[in-house]
Design a protein around this ligand. Sequence first.
Ligand code: BDR
Ligand code: CA
Length: 313
Amino acid sequence: ATTVLLDVDTGIDDALALFTAALSNQIDLVGCTVVWGNVDVEQGARNTSEVLQLAGHGDVPIAIGAAGPRNGLPAVFSPEVHGEDGLGGCADTAHVPTLASESAVELLLRLSHEHAGALEIVAVGPLTNLAAALDADPTLPERIRQVTIMGGAALAPGNVSETAEANIWHDPEAAQVVFDAPWELTMVGLDVTMTSLITDEHRARLAAGGAIGRFSDRILDYYLAYYEGFSGERASGNHDALALAVATGLVKTTLSPLVDVHVNCSDGEARGRTVTTLEGAWGQWPEQPGARHRVVMEVEPGFEERMIDLLAS
Ligand code: BDR
Ligand code: CA
């Protein structure tokens, strides 16, 4: 099993990733750090706690991290996508969260020592916490096996602007710090997460399952309604769980050659865009000597079917 720390802004698709991490016997989830993003960080932590308790993993430490972006400007959340509560109106207001007493940076650094060389970081929200951990300890990358992020779009269009994806757009300055750090980093962006789609047919299978399946069905109703308004179809990207699947080998991938990913940190229209040399004919991407990032260009179809089976079981 892969030793995983999940950095989340729980969120509807984050919840599906958390369920997958909790239920898969190929994943050993050792901690969750929570970042602002889809909702404020306190609500994100409540949601993470509720989801992990439902999955019988209430013992996984959950630590609160950054409340807003690295540049200190006010946080902007995404209630239109995930609901005011982040779980499509389904969060249990009576839930009493169990949270660690340490901060997200403290938990991340502690786990990086306890699992030195083995820890896989999967970050599926804005990258503010990871950048803060690098500030606190620049030697962190030496102890990390790999970082996999859900974020960005190499060739695909953006989802918050024409070119920017939400997680990167929320905190481009933090993302640039994370891309610049000397660790192996794999980017799972909209190029592939919008090819793994969740629909009402999947919801029906979830609804016929146990408590996790029924909860997943309920929260997905809001998510699909948002996507319908956005694209005309009740089909949502399976963003965060796909990044987890890539990181832990649950899905086969076609990777780009090593490239450097740059983040547009301007105040212009392209703010938050991930810029790479992956252009031109598909598959004929140039090698970039000295580059360090991999971008997932394609995933084998069908991961979402296996995920739904797992969540419904
Ligand atoms: C990403 O943005 C968030 O809204 C989702 O949880 C996902 O991590 C998709 O762009
Ligand atoms: Ca997310």
